[in-house]
Design a protein around this ligand. Sequence first.
Ligand code: UDX
Ligand code: UDX
Length: 434
Amino acid sequence: MRVAMVGAGYVGLVSGACFADFGHTVVCVDTAPEKIAALKAGRIPIYEPGLDALVAENVRQERLTFTTNLAEAVAGADAVFIAVGTPSRRGDGFADLTYVHQAARDIAAAVTGPTVVVTKSTVPVGTGDEVERIVREVRPGIAIAVASNPEFLREGAAISDFKRPDRIVIGADDPAAAAVVSELYRPLYLNHAPILVTSRRTAELTKYAANAFLATKITFINEIADLCEQVGADVQEVARGIGLDNRIGRKFLHAGPGYGGSCFPKDTLALVKTAQDAGSPVRLVETVVAVNDQRKRAMARKVVAACGGAVRGKRIAVLGLTFKPNTDDMREAPSLAIIAGLQDAGAAVVAYDPEGVEQARALLAGVDYAADPYACAQGAHALVIVTEWDAFRALDLRRLHGAMAEPVLVDLRNVYRPEDVRRHGFTYASIGRP
Ligand code: UDX
Ligand code: UDX
């Protein structure tokens, strides 16, 4: 089938490359000329494991192309996906739909025959109705169906999430449109990936409900971790003890410095706003948002406490800046709030991250960057693990101890075993463990 992917950002590029790999013919369109130029030259603008090889292979097979010319991409497409960004609107947290609406207008103006417009961007309930209104207004004479097909891709594992999904959700009020989108995913029938066909509004809400639930699960275990610290219990054992209950499940019970990223913070806020507007507030999610925001700052205070109550004039080394490993994405990363908190308390911060430094430079002021973890630890009064990159899991503790001015290790991801670290002479603080 022929697919146009409007928006060649994280979601659009991964989805486009995977559809091409299924055998479809895919054109990715983006308004940013430098992005398209880079893609045409074989450079991938984001860091996602395996994506460069997948893109290269499908470009070579001539199933995947890139353009800034939307009209050319949309003409003759069986399905046109909208995968442009939906940032939080400044001020009220509501998803900013400017780009989605503009894409709908441009697509409608460009279609040459009946097609299905599929929203992949995460959009508030009812956005599909508005997209439908726009396309009808622009092209009253052409049968353009509007469907919703939310993505559930984790950065760093996006390709396997796309190719081995737990489920595919297709929201379409028109059965013919649902059939077109299902057909795109047909290669996955072999893997028995469940395909759920729902109404458009149900699909839109399912995406927000999924992310809000996961954010709640993380926030729940984070608060239990704080309680563990107060009562002398171990959060990792609690998480295992509850996670083995199938009704609860083991995943997303890692206590840490709070969730970040391009989705959870934005989507929980947008759900809160949608629910308030609908007169049916989601108070649990409102609390999750507030608790998570406070937590990021509280982590800076935890570091200060581990340093004996003051960090003024001290050098604090931070390992890991991105919101999670295997990405260069710094959006809403806990490191941002933690570093700001440490700087406000008078510390000098030096940081190391395997992939995120370029993005971090744009968001952080007054931070020094080191070339590796040991250079980062050199002369530091505390070393803080903020993101659990694999490269930080087996550090040479003896060497670190030798490099540091004070042997204080604050492990916000519980990467190390307390007894191992203490055996090397460190003062050690972690999350929710005695
Ligand atoms: C996506 C979804 O859009 C968002 O709803 C979801 O919650 C997370 O993932 P993402 O792919 O991460 O967003 O966004 P981004 O990497 O910013 O990509 C958006 C792309 O769309 C950019 O390349 C941008 O240049 C492009 N774009 C934006 C257009 O092509 N046209 C526009 O009008 C606006
Ligand atoms: C998430 C969803 O998982 C995905 O389905 C959706 O489509 C987009 O949003 P992503 O933001 O890439 O994906 O990352 P994810 O792995 O879910 O992690 C989000 C944040 O939660 C990270 O900051 C991570 O460190 C944190 N987290 C995750 C925890 O603190 N503990 C956990 O147990 C799991």
